[in-house]
Design a protein around this ligand. Structure first.
Ligand SMILES: C[S@@+](CC[C@H](N)C(=O)[O-])C[C@H]1O[C@@H](n2cnc3c(N)ncnc32)[C@H](O)[C@@H]1O
Length: 439
């Protein structure tokens, strides 16, 4: 049956063979679905979703496909425990479905939660804000950054290499826009100003914007216009808000994204049984969400020091960087007996690279902790979808979908099927799957 698979035609043959034999051995049901582009790019042209760009997010169309496939109705309660920029919850809100997101990264939590406030009643204030900002930017054209910092009684972001991230003038203008946003008279539109400035702070940084990960672009000659970027972002937000349907706006106060760690304090945040989970936890690779969002975490004043960044990074599932990585490097992590039989990569990876072995092992232990808590808060008819990707660490294949499915089964869930969606990131050996479970 697997030989017929068309999507795998695009994927490296060896990996495809391994994938087939792994799935066959595991005995899980398998399905192939092609619903087009399910990457973040598809979300960049959709209302509300386009207010923030998170490259590892999935497309709103994937959520719509799952809402339909599962037959989710307005009576159901949907949760996304790894909500990222909030794609699932935004899409649920558009369908007037009660939902809740939890997210560990304070920047993404704020982005998700603020993207759910749909209120058109004070949008006239946007014009006043832009006028005030323009006058101040003109007034301070020749002022030094220090003078602006003093006048607004603020500080320079404490990110390492701050002037490599932003040219001095760019930072000066961004700070003026951020400080004006805090004035009391703008509180009714604070969330929209915040989203517009947050997005602009990265778009105005000296980085390559076409890469999935952030890298410096030290020698670029781009003309960066802070006012234009913020004005443009606000126009998009106002435009999207005014085009929302009446019932979408009325429903909008029901959903939220809260700050939380889905591997430990998840249960205390859920106040009714979960009917559906639609989510995508991080993948077992080296991508660190804290690392990738750090310019904005610092610029939007959500981090006070580097230690906080390390703490969030260590709590997070998946990739780490800096000090968090050094901690993982120290010694081989002990694997709990309960999940040891499922970690088929373990012996080979341990012999190749202890850090990578710890990475993968921490990843599955964290997901296991999440699954155990999830079990305590699901309804009788619960169903869930976990979108995950495979990875290759030190040349050892990590078949995330099968390992995760086995851990779900171990904790008493039934695995309905594994869906293969796409290859990802342009690389031949990477693909994405959905692990579909029920209680
Ligand atoms: C693949 S992204 C989710 C993207 C999301 N589906 C979207 O479309 O925006 C995974 C998210 O899980 C978050 N995360 C990692 N560890 C977490 C934890 N222990 N608790 C809650 N969220 C966590 C990361 O910060 C990241 O935003």
């Amino acid at each position: 049956m697997f030989k017929q698979l068309s999507l795998f035609g695009e994927i490296d043959n060896n990996i495809a063979r391994c994938f087939y034999s792994n799935i066959e051995k595991s005995g899980f049901n398998y399905q192939e679905v092609d619903i087009g582009d399910i990457t973040f790019k598809a979300g960049q042209v959709e209302s509300v979703h386009r207010w923030y760009r998170l490259t590892p997010s999935y497309a709103p169309s994937l959520v719509r496909f799952l809402l339909k496939d599962f037959g989710i109705t307005k009576k159901d309660f949907v949760v996304d425990p790894f909500s990222g920029r909030g794609t699932t919850i935004i899409e649920c809100q558009k369908h007037q479905i009660m939902s809740l997101g939890t997210e560990l990264n304070p920047l993404l939590q704020q982005v998700g939660d603020k993207s759910l406030i749909w209120d058109t009643s004070h949008l006239n204030l946007v014009h006043t804000y832009l006028q005030e900002v323009l006058a101040l930017l003109t007034k301070h054209q020749d002022s030094s950054l220090d003078l602006v910092i003093e006048e607004f009684r603020t500080t320079i972001p404490i990110i390492h290499n701050v002037f490599r991230w932003w040219k001095t003038n760019v930072l000066k203008y961004l700070i003026i826009c951020r400080e004006v946003m805090k004035e009391k008279k703008y509180s009714p539109i604070y969330h929209y100003l915040w989203l517009a400035i947050n997005k602009a702070s990265l778009d105005c940084a000296n980085i390559h914007r076409n890469h999935p990960t952030i890298t410096f672009d030290d020698n670029h000659q781009r003309n960066i216009n802070v006012y234009f970027e913020i004005q443009n972002n606000l126009n998009i937000i106002c435009n999207d808000l005014t085009n929302l349907k009446e019932q979408e706006i009325c429903f909008s106060k029901n959903n939220s994204v809260i700050l939380g760690d889905s591997t430990c304090d998840f249960k205390s945040k859920i106040n009714r049984p979960i009917d559906f989970v639609i989510t995508s936890p991080p993948y077992p690779n080296r991508y660190s969400y804290v690392h990738q969002t750090r310019p904005q975490l610092y610029f939007m004043e959500l981090l006070q020091n580097a230690q906080q960044a390390t703490e969030i990074d260590l709590q997070a599932i998946g990739g780490t960087w800096g000090r968090a990585t050094s901690i993982l490097q120290n010694e081989l992590m002990r694997v709990p007996d309960e999940i040891k039989p499922y970690l088929c990569y373990y012996n080979e990876l341990r012999d190749q690279n202890i850090l990578m072995c710890n990475y993968a092992t921490k990843y599955f232990i964290d997901l296991w902790r999440h699954i155990k808590i999830l079990k305590q808060v699901v309804s009788h008819n619960f169903r869930g979808v976990y979108i995950v990707g495979n990875s290759r660490l030190s040349n050892v294949e990590i078949f995330t979908e099968v390992i995760l499915s086995k851990i779900f089964e171990h904790e008493g869930f039934k695995v309905e099927k594994i869906i293969l969606f796409r290859k990802r990131g342009g690389k031949k050996h990477l693909y994405e799957t959905a692990v579909c479970i029920k209680s």
